[in-house]
Design a binder for this molecule. Structure first.
Ligand SMILES: C[S@@+](CC[C@H](N)C(=O)[O-])C[C@H]1O[C@@H](n2cnc3c(N)ncnc32)[C@H](O)[C@@H]1O
Length: 259
């Protein structure tokens, strides 16, 4: 089977994906617990396997000890470089692309992979991956900065994209507008007037500014007030204050579907 996709830059970093992993544990944990075979694919792990090693450790500790993570890379040199870090059966590495090398995982995490493709290739990539998921499976596809302080990801399942989540390290956040740089590929070129994601980021930024009086109580208090205000204004932000406290917000995908 020929791997589908192209080799791109392999930039990665330890702990870079902690925010999305934490969200996966909480939001996708039940899918994995219910699965007869708890198979997870880390698609496009990059120049070193560190984020795949971390994903396995997090899922094994917090979801299922018998989770099996397969790191898939389209670059054979990176597959060979990762193999010494394998710990079968819980963690293995092999060559593959969007076709998932014939695997049928419950969960695929593809982070900072589509960023280097054209926007027009996203829908096909999502469909190629989700067509190969186990029943009830999901894809988490997104982008973050080098240190994992800003990120955005889409949960996609067999029915298509379901939610968008934005996440920031609040102690280093200047304003929510900074999230625009790390939107998933499907949205990053859509932060322009007339697009729903632009309106959402603008309203978040306005609410953040209006919440400035809470800044002396810390950025978390300021963020919580900003999120509550944006929600009160009609944006259907999921009511998960525990996640808000971590610097996250999640909206249904139809809220931000490109115009
Ligand atoms: C920027 S690195 C991301 C590394 C890691 N996921 C992270 O977020 O730190 C992107 C990696 O995805 C790989 N890649 C690109 N397209 C792919 C595809 N279709 N299937 C598998 N890997 C792919 C590239 O070869 C590259 O190593």
């Amino acid at each position: 089977m020929r791997p589908q996709g192209v080799v791109t830059r392999g930039t990665t970093n330890p702990n870079r994906l902690r925010r999305v992993d934490n969200w996966i544990v909480e939001t996708c944990g039940n899918r994995l617990r219910a699965a007869p075979d708890p198979l997870v694919v880390d698609l496009g792990y990059g120049a070193t396997p560190v984020t795949a090693v971390e994903l396995r450790a997090r899922l094994a500790a917090r979801v299922r000890a018998d989770v099996r993570v397969v790191g898939l890379e389209i670059d054979p040199v990176r597959v060979a470089a990762a193999r010494p870090a394998a710990d079968p059966p819980g963690l293995t590495f092999t060559r593959g692309g969007f076709e998932l090398a014939g695997l049928r995982p419950v969960l695929v995490r593809a982070f900072n992979v589509l960023r280097q493709y054209d926007e027009g290739e996203v829908a096909d990539a999502w469909r190629t991956i989700t067509d190969r998921l186990a029943p009830g499976g999901a894809l988490v596809e997104g982008t973050c900065d080098e240190l994992g302080r800003l990120g955005g990801w889409v949960l996609v399942d067999a029915a298509g994209p379901r939610t968008l989540t934005l996440a920031a390290k609040l102690t280093t956040l200047g304003s929510p507008a900074e999230l625009a740089e790390r939107l998933p590929k499907a949205l990053i070129h859509r932060n322009v007037p007339g697009e729903p994601i632009h309106a959402l980021l603008r309203d978040l930024d306005d609410a953040w500014r209006a919440a400035a009086p809470y800044a002396p109580f810390g950025p978390r208090q300021r963020w919580l007030h900003a999120i509550a205000a944006v929600r009160a204004a009609g944006w259907p932000i999921e009511c998960r204050p525990r996640r808000w406290r971590l610097g996250e917000l999640t909206v249904p995908w139809p809220t931000v579907t490109p115009a």
